[in-house]
Design a protein. Sequence first.
Length: 222
Amino acid sequence: MKTFIFFFGPPASGKGTQIELLMKKASFKIISIGKLLREERKKRSEIANLIKLHLDKGELVPDEIVELIIDKELKKIGANEKIIFDGFPRNQNQLTLLDNRLKKISSKDDKIYAIYVRIDSQEIKRRLGGRRSCECGSTYHIEFNAPKKTGVCDSCEKKLFTRADDNSRVISERIKIFQTEFGPIMSYWKKKNILIEINGEQDIKVVSADIENELRDLKIIK
Ligand SMILES: [Zn+2]
């Protein structure tokens, strides 16, 4: 029996941390398309060149390339493996692709669920907007991880700055992109009755316990 979990959440939802915590409870194989693309990019292949071309221009990698890479990964899945898809699928095309592939490789008793770590727009803005960075690579948060002296790096004493990604216009844009991409996918999973919503605005440990409880009820973890 195989298990497939689509793990997703908006920017700053803490999805990555939650996947890491879950890995300590059971062994899941993580399929993260972002990571796979970065790995593929390092190789000397035709696909690698295509990936480079798009990523260097700051574009999304076309679905045909994503498809090739996902197919390679799906072929490696063992009979009783538990798979987490991290941030995939992220559009209607990829959703259809994955649905078709899963129909081929999965059997009736396989488990397929989607976990959505939900935080609202205001909380995303609060979390991302408070980030401060330093040239030395240190990062802070004005609320959750403040430096000792306001606006100054603890380790090198340089002045902290707000990364371009963290300014409010960019944040609003990222939220909009997330909603446009995942809105229809979420409705689809909801209709299929496989969507598990987790309140991501709680303490990290509580969020993690909620996820574990859900998966325990579904007999996915012990
Ligand atoms: Zn510094």
